[in-house]
Design a protein around this ligand. Structure first.
Ligand code: BV8
Ligand code: ZN
Length: 241
């Protein structure tokens, strides 16, 4: 990415009516949140199939809750980094700027973004496996098997596990944004998990300008218009300068 390219991106971005950012774990890395596949990646220590699946929860809810309790305690003191705050500032300056995130850490909200589509749910929300009640609970000292106050059944994290369908309403919102955007920033995602991994292509095939912001190339890099390599927390603020 040359200086000229960056100027072109800024012109396109600040002239857009509908710009979208699709974010993954990499945007939270500089806040100290481990990514899924990096060298200190979460899944290195655990196998997704053992933990983030409905089968695992059915087989051993206490183990799955231990995993989420560990992540909630890890996320407790974590704060947004300049990448998150830049996206919140873009929402203030641009009409219709929308964030579609795969992350469940709630850092986009904390940074001040409002137009957010959470594809995979949010770790700070619990859902009852019995009556479906959804509640926000930020405590990091939950009991080992939290129960619903309304019906007494077991609560689960309100997140989408592997092998689970995404909420169709959320998917509709995401595809509506991808079908109308003139520009898409794909930030900090390895492009492995579906259906999020195909969302860049959806925007590209419709004629949007797609920019990938990542430390390294991904399977989708060749498809996109620009691959801006570096740390999101250092690159994104340049869009505001
Ligand atoms: C579905 C919530 C229909 C939970 C998550 C074969 C067998 C079984 C299933 C499948 C299969 N093939 C496809 C599937 C479907 C499956 C899937 O895609 N599996 C993959 C692994 C192959 N998908 C699903 O199951 C989805 N549902 O498809 O429903 C269906 C129904 C039944 C059966 C089949 C299909 C549901 C997927 C949602 C899973 N839940 N999270 C939780 O978090 O506990 S996904 C989880 O991984 C995270 O949420 C995250 O979003 C996601 C992807 O990770 P990334 O965000 O990309 O992060 P990653 O670490 O991978 O990459 C970080 C990137 O950032 C790297 O590129 C790195 O270079 C970069 N980076 C690092 N630091 C920085 C940086 N970039 C910039 N700056 C930095 N500083
Ligand atoms: Zn209940």
């Amino acid at each position: 990415m040359t200086e000229t390219d960056i100027e072109l991106l800024k012109t396109k971005l600040f002239g857009s009516q509908h710009a979208v950012a699709l974010t993954g774990a990499g945007i939270s890395a500089e806040s100290g949140v481990p990514t899924f596949r990096g060298q200190d990646g979460l899944w290195q220590h655990y196998r997704a199939v053992d933990l983030a699946t409905p089968e695992a929860f059915g087989r051993d809810p206490r183990l799955v809750w231990e995993f989420y309790q560990w992540r909630r305690r890890l996320l407790g003191p974590v704060r947004p980094n300049p990448a998150h705050t830049t996206l919140a500032e873009l929402e203030r300056r641009l009409p219709n700027f929308t964030v579609i995130t795969q992350n469940i850490d709630g850092l986009h909200q904390m940074a001040g973004s409002r137009r957010i589509i959470e594809l995979h749910g949010n770790i700070w929300y619990l859902r009852c496996t019995g009556c479906g009640l959804i509640l926000e609970d930020r405590r990091t000292d939950l009991p080992p098997l939290p129960k619903c106050d309304a019906c007494g059944r077991l609560l689960r994290p309100h997140v989408v596990w592997f092998g689970e369908m995404l909420d169709p309403v959320v998917l509709d919102q995401a595809y509506a944004a991808l079908h109308t955007c003139e520009m898409l920033l794909v930030i900090g995602t390895s492009g492995l998990v579906q259906p999020a991994a195909s969302m860049g292509a959806v925007a590209k095939h419709r004629g949007a300008l797609v920019v990938e912001i990542n430390l390294e190339p991904t399977p989708q890099s060749d498809l996109y218009d620009f691959s801006w390599q570096g740390k999101a927390g250092e690159l994104l603020p340049q869009l505001l300068q």
